[in-house]
Design a protein around this ligand. Sequence first.
Ligand SMILES: NC(=O)c1ccc[n+]([C@@H]2O[C@H](COP(=O)([O-])OP(=O)(O)OC[C@H]3O[C@@H](n4cnc5c(N)ncnc54)[C@H](OP(=O)(O)O)[C@@H]3O)[C@@H](O)[C@H]2O)c1
Length: 318
Amino acid sequence: MRAIGIKHFGDTPALMECPVPEPAGGQVQVAIDAAATNPLDAAIASGSLAALGEYRFPLTLGMDGAGTVTAVGDGVTQFQVGDRVFGQFWSQPLRFGTFAECCVVQAAPAFGALATIPDDLPSHMAAALPTSGMTAVGAIDHLQVPEGGTLLVIGATGGVGTFAVQVAAAAGIRVVATASARHAEQVRELGAAEIVVRGAEPLDRALRGLAPEGFDAVLDVVGDRSATRLAAGAVRDGGALLSTAFGVDEHLLTDQRLRTENYRLDRKPERLAEISGLVTAGTVRPVIGARLPLEAAPRALAGRFEVTDLRGKTVLQV
Ligand SMILES: NC(=O)c1ccc[n+]([C@@H]2O[C@H](COP(=O)([O-])OP(=O)(O)OC[C@H]3O[C@@H](n4cnc5c(N)ncnc54)[C@H](OP(=O)(O)O)[C@@H]3O)[C@@H](O)[C@H]2O)c1
């Protein structure tokens, strides 16, 4: 079968021919229809997350995906052959990812989450949800912004940002989002009430004008620590600042005035159910900036492809 992977940490991901993996006890085998990229994939390939878990090589990359169960191992009761499933396919040890025609994963993945695809949700949309969607609902949950409160989203045009703007707006939160000028209108359509155009004026000055009483919370998905520090100054006393990209530095972590956190995705099965529920209800939609063939995964991971609309998610059609 065709798969995109690496033989060693640090390799440039490439197309490989691999044997079809068979499910062991507790695992399911899934024929992948569609997969989606995340910054996590390049981080895994580089070896920078080597300490996080166990890896086996050759390693097929890809965490997010959707497909059909083609075989189940002993002891699997949650799924059966023919079920359409999606999720974050993060087994332990990690060996078989979603950038492949077929993969195997624990039915209850050690680090990820797997669920049945809601009826009528196409595979390419299901594949676009897991990591970014779970992170957006988890981060908004941790921030605890009251209905009618004001949230700043730093980096609203990518995977997590496009979900976070929609999830927060649907919860009755007034969303202010940073974006480049050419994407301002599209981010507004996702539900942002105000856009701070990147580079148009100093961030602290722009923020003061948009929330004179102070923001209730900030969600950072970019990781620019100077920007998060400026944003922290615009949060009211007792407000919250959370980063999914390690944008909260030591100084901010010890700031007694605010609740600050470098967030790591938690309670994944629950989060997967939450985000798919919002999509099924028509409250949130995955923004898919590019749909590429599996062979284009190395280009996608390197960011070498055209996006005409918002970046959102990049989906690989298998
Ligand atoms: N902690 C966790 O559990 C967890 C889970 C998921 C993701 N993450 C992390 O969260 C971050 C976001 O993930 P993602 O999937 O949303 O990534 P993404 O799709 O690549 O989006 C990144 C966003 O950052 C913006 N951006 C990039 N460089 C920028 C800069 N210099 N100034 C301002 N904005 C900039 C992008 O805007 P443009 O498109 O306009 O360039 C885009 O909106 C990544 O660091 C990822 O590793 C963490």
